[in-house]
Design a protein around this ligand. Sequence first.
Ligand SMILES: NC(=O)c1ccc[n+]([C@@H]2O[C@H](COP(=O)([O-])OP(=O)(O)OC[C@H]3O[C@@H](n4cnc5c(N)ncnc54)[C@H](O)[C@@H]3O)[C@@H](O)[C@H]2O)c1
Length: 395
Amino acid sequence: MKQVRMGIIGFGAEGGVYAKFLSEGKVENMVLGAISDSDPTKKAAARQIYPDVPFYDNYIDLLESGDVDAVVTCIPHFLHPEVGMEALKRDIHALVEKPAGVYTKQVRELNELAAAKPEVTFGIFFNQRMNPLYQKLKEIVENGEIGAIRRTNWIITTWWRPQGYYDQGAWRATWGGEGGGVLVNQAPHQLDLLQWICGMPKKVYSNLKYGYQRSIAVEDDVTAILDYDNGATGVFVTCTHDVLGTDRFEILGDKGKIIVEGSKKATIKRLNKTENEMSSTMSQHEVMRVTMGPNPSDIYTEEVLEFGSQWGTQHIAVMENFAENILEGTPLIAPGSDGIHGVMLANAIHLSSWLGKEIEIPFNEDLFLAELNKRIEEEKANPIKVPIGGVSANG
Ligand SMILES: NC(=O)c1ccc[n+]([C@@H]2O[C@H](COP(=O)([O-])OP(=O)(O)OC[C@H]3O[C@@H](n4cnc5c(N)ncnc54)[C@H](O)[C@@H]3O)[C@@H](O)[C@H]2O)c1
């Protein structure tokens, strides 16, 4: 195989972007092999834009067509594990969009199947892992350069979405269609990076607001308190109603601190001694004199990293890394099996809010699913979202 023939499953907003990248030759070693979408209007659009690219109404037909070596799942989240598994079963490489699924039980099945088929490539579309800034920070934390983690704080409220965004598709922001709100749709990138760089928390306690500033059933405002195995704590805040959004990630270690602003600039402060050593050997005045004086380097050094990346380059990089893995065995930066961690965190945060208590990870997955299904059933009887051109059943 010289080039990977990629099949796009779901020719909506994201599938359309990937088809364009591929057809314009922007992804090295990968071409557009075929497209599938169950919506006839998408079929008409695909036929018009890509008349020479085979189109399938049913994604199983695409998988069995012989037109593709790999697929990417640009369809609603609930379907990601199912489509991923159908592809892997047929030895078609699967690049699963984020989130890996809506609930861990479903994603676990996908991971188990993929583990039994190591010869087939299984990746997850975590494009923000391609940001060199986060790759560098992961290295710094793993090398112990800021010592043992004591606190993680991420305020990521740059996911502003107007009501019109939610109203553009019936599946959006519903329990039955998406299985959640900002935690499931927008924040999976940060939930993944947080655990990728700092490890998984052991417990979470959360305060979520559902339909707080938008006419939706699911959460649009999240505050979660995290507890790690080593005693470290953290706070994760996200929402979709802050038009002046903040993206600030801080990692405090016992030998330094990382402050990331806007996912573009990181300030890394490395202490010369651990904070405990300083505490037992230095007075408050001594430390203040140095930090506020002309030579703070007597206590710590500071490095500033800045990386800018053009929109779309991270997505292209994910596809190129995926193709290189298929063709040459280059390690994946986002292996598919990693997708479960972010789903687990999101599920735990939901469960904590639903039960009103702290949740230990791993949690009871059957209980989570029962609680999710309860909300899906309630929503069927009493839909909250305003249908396009219609009025909410709740007035
Ligand atoms: N990695 C990223 O940066 C990123 C960005 C946006 C979206 N996404 C993910 O991509 C997925 C799709 O999002 P979107 O914004 O493109 O949604 P969308 O609603 O614009 O598109 C979804 C498409 O899937 C089609 N579809 C639904 N069921 C199908 C089926 N059974 N077979 C074939 N097609 C089917 C729909 O007709 C629609 O065209 C989501 O899971 C989302 O989380 C990822």
